[in-house]
Design a protein around this ligand. Structure first.
Ligand code: FES
Length: 191
């Protein structure tokens, strides 16, 4: 089994910089040395029930993402150690599946369908209006941590095109100019 120190040496980025993040969100590039021992132990406790060689990688990734909403780098270091494998293997596995995220995400995911049926009915305009309303680019988290906008391929609701899916709620058909109103339903004014 690789030692924790060797893993830290092998994957810790020289430019890791977690200072100045006062949002409470652990930066995506935070390595083991950048987070407190309690945070590392939290991940270790999440992973421990699944640690079973490389067969434990996916359930471990799922357990960590359920807790953090994404996969900070240090968590993949811990998974590698607990599953007796390499960081490259853990990262490669996570990269293969679209269900895993490597950046912090908003509390609500706003998925704009850009499949063919939605595209021809104005998905681009919907996306543009939502980005303007939330003041973020696709893939970013709003400053208040509430929303992330994503583009997804056909979600299987072409009869409702164009469609926006917020969390698990399908909205459609949507007029581009009315798209921002959808956000209001999910906005926590006190956040
Ligand atoms: S293309 Fe958007 S739901 Fe099918």
């Amino acid at each position: 089994m690789a030692s924790l120190d060797s893993i830290k040496q092998s994957v810790r980025g020289s430019d890791a910089d977690v200072d100045g993040d006062d949002s409470g969100i652990i930066p995506a590039d935070a390595g083991i040395d950048d987070v407190c021992d309690e945070e590392v132990e939290t991940v270790r406790s999440l992973v421990a029930p699944h640690a079973d060689g490389e067969g434990g990688i996916i359930p471990s990734l799922q357990a960590v993402q359920n807790e953090y909403g994404y996969l900070p780098r240090f968590s993949m270091q811990v998974i590698a150690e607990e599953c007796d494998t390499t960081i490259a293997r853990v990262f490669g596995t996570a990269s293969f599946y679209s269900q895993f995220y490597f950046e912090p995400r908003g509390e609500h995911s706003v998925k704009v369908c850009t499949g063919t049926a939605c595209h021809v009915k104005g998905a681009d305009d919907i996306s543009e209006n939502l980005q303007e309303e939330l003041d973020v680019e696709t893939g970013e988290v709003t400053d208040d941590g509430q929303f992330t906008i994503e583009h997804v391929r056909c979600v299987g609701a072409c009869g409702l095109a164009p469609v926006v899916v917020v969390d698990d709620d399908v909205h459609g058909p949507i007029e581009a100019e009315n798209a921002p109103e959808i956000i209001d339903e999910y906005t926590d004014e006190e956040a």
